[in-house]
Design a protein around this ligand. Structure first.
Ligand SMILES: [Mg+2]
Length: 369
């Protein structure tokens, strides 16, 4: 079996306005997405999407074609590990998002060849995931309360607060108000996306402990292993870093060896695909750490993340970023969170979902070849 072509079909979509703090993409709400298609001489195709509400696909697509396509076309698509190694060597010329997109498409092909959904091809562990809802950044505490109550009422397993992040005192007011609104028993997490100094993180973390929050995500700058190590020793609440730490699989080593985080974190887009996520999850498992999946930013990435979730034992929750519809595009049968708070993994071969090719064709801007 041989890969005969690799293309990125660029298409446009409009997303609802939402704030994601400093990650908010400037612009009008129009977003470029990319459909990555890996074609083979046996007629089987694999797919992935590029682009998210915080990153236009324009930033990645050209480098995928220029830097990665030459090491992919002509190869056997089932030699994923060998292709991954060659792509990873070129990640500096392209991006880990592009490595991840091609890797997801190769797993899609492998699942279709085997006649198995990806999670079972890897080694099935479960067929559904408890989902938690992640807030956008709101300016007003009232928005957090309203959203947290709606999320709890829907049945989500937990609610994660991305506070306003203007100053830690205001962030703590939000943390207190949300806890008061949902009651003591409902599971809450807190993610400050790397904005605090060490003293601020210590102060916030101590109060989150008293408020009964489940984990404190990315309190410090993403690369600050030195202060993470200190912070983790001082706090009882789980400190969860590495979602946006620089690098991919090999960059987790100091986080584990220096005991700088209570769990590893990543997703198929940020860390280089299903292959990299699996390596990381298994690394974490050896140290009895969880591997908590970050959301994927688009529909196919989230499906790929869910397959990883359902193929590993050491993970707890599946992340759904609100507004949910901002993250969803291009599928006919997208994932949805049931009233029991669970999201079920697709059972068809490969990624196991149907791409809305008509919608993509109708909003196509160009094809990169
Ligand atoms: Mg996060």
């Amino acid at each position: 079996m041989k890969i005969t072509d690799l293309t990125v079909t660029m298409f446009e979509r409009t997303i609802p306005k939402a704030s994601y703090g400093r990650h908010t993409l400037p612009g009008s709400g129009k977003l470029s997405m990319g459909l990555v298609t890996v074609s083979t001489d046996e007629g089987i195709q694999g797919h992935a999407f590029l682009g998210s509400p915080v990153r236009t696909a324009e930033l990645d697509a050209a480098s995928l074609i220029i830097a990665l396509k030459p090491v992919v076309v002509g190869r056997d698509p089932l030699q994923r590990e060998a292709i991954y190694k060659d792509m990873a060597r070129r990640a500096g010329l392209s991006t880990w998002r592009c490595v991840g997109a091609i890797d997801v498409a190769l797993w899609d092909i492998a699942g279709k060849v085997a006649g198995l959904p990806i999670h079972q091809l890897i080694g099935g562990f479960r067929d559904k995931a408890p989902a938690y809802a992640s807030s956008p950044g709101w300016a007003d505490v009232g928005n957090y309360i309203e959203e947290a109550l709606a999320v709890k009422e829907h049945g989500y397993a937990a609610y994660k607060v991305h506070p306003p992040r203007l100053d830690p005192k205001t962030d703590l007011e939000v943390a207190r108000a949300v806890r008061k609104a949902v009651g003591d028993e409902y599971r809450l997490m807190f993610d400050s996306t790397g904005v605090y100094t060490y003293p601020q993180a210590l102060m916030v973390g101590r109060e989150l402990e008293e408020l009964g929050y489940y984990w404190f995500e990315d309190p410090l700058p993403f690369e600050d292993i030195y202060n993470y190590t200190k912070l983790k020793q001082k706090l009882d609440i789980q400190v969860v870093a590495t979602e946006l730490s620089p690098g991919a699989f090999h960059a987790y080593e100091p986080w584990v060896s220096q005991k700088a985080t209570d769990a590893l974190r990543g997703d198929v887009a940020l860390k280089g695909g299903i292959t990299a996520c699996l390596k990381t999850a298994h690394l974490a498992e050896a140290f009895r750490l969880n591997y908590e999946l970050h959301h994927g930013g688009n529909s196919l990435n989230n499906v790929a993340n869910l397959h990883v979730f359902c193929a590993i034992p050491n993970t707890e929750f599946f992340e759904v970023v609100l507004p949910d519809e901002a993250q969803k595009c291009g599928l006919i049968n997208d994932l949805s969170v049931g009233r029991d708070g669970f999201v079920s993994v697709p059972k068809e071969p490969g990624l196991g979902v149907e791409i809305d090719f008509e919608l993509i064709e109708a909003s196509k801007t160009r094809v990169l070849t």
